[in-house]
Design a protein around this ligand. Sequence first.
Ligand SMILES: Nc1ncnc2c1ncn2[C@@H]1O[C@H](COP(=O)(O)OP(=O)(O)OP(=O)(O)O)[C@@H](O)[C@H]1O
Length: 271
Amino acid sequence: MPTEPRLAGAPAGAPDLAPDGVMLAISGLVKTYARTGTRAVDHLDLEVRRGEIYGFLGPNGAGKTTTIKVIVGILRPDEGSVKVDGMPAVPSTPEVRRRIGFVPDTPELWPRLRGYEYLSFLADVYGIPAEERVERAWPLVEQLELAEAIEDPIASYSHGMRQKLALVGALMVRPRLLVLDEPLVGLDPRSAYVMKELLREHTHQGGTVFFSTHVLDVAERLCDRVGIIHHGRLVASGTLEEMRALHARGHQTLEEIFLEVTQAHLPDSAR
Ligand SMILES: Nc1ncnc2c1ncn2[C@@H]1O[C@H](COP(=O)(O)OP(=O)(O)OP(=O)(O)O)[C@@H](O)[C@H]1O
């Protein structure tokens, strides 16, 4: 029997810092790229509760990746606050980063490392005990059909294989908050199915999932709640039922609501 909690994104026995059940809280977030003057995120407010799968939707250039990069500590915002598990995530500290697992849209894994070497390196960084590493990683490697390639250099991996290896790494550390940027792009249908199952399983184990996607029917089927970002602002958020009640005028699908909400926020001249 395992003696430690299933989620080890914080030291064993560490209390939850967010007793209100909010795992991710973003408030008044602003990010402008100085070089171009583009305001990518414009006073964004958003909350994700523990145990939820939250889908972060929006058209191209809406600000999804920028928001995600702030959450995981890659970018510093100009204004606003981000809390993960009740802990300030800006500036990013090792303590908060331990709670977050991240799968970027194009994982830049070290190409000269072999798949298992990458996982070993991550296990070293996160202090996963040697005797637990195989037990944690191997079932994920098998489910995502990476077993045959695990001894090959990452340079030989396809985009989808890199994404899957990044997911194994992120899940292996058992983060409290798993953040994924467009996780389904480039995956074959079977891998996409397994990935969705793993995300669901992660929430059953007490974790929380926040992911961006363009695939609206996946968001519709998988997410407990979704938020739609447009021009850097959250223009709609809630369960599908709530979105239907608030935004739909006879619309039924998330796609129709998405089009309605984002169209409503286009400048008049562009409609
Ligand atoms: N490094 C950067 N320098 C300048 N502008 C940027 C940079 N990265 C993104 N932007 C701009 O910021 C805005 C938001 O981009 P972001 O990548 O966050 O959107 P997104 O919703 O993830 O888009 P997509 O769905 O196309 O990936 C866009 O106008 C984009 O052109």
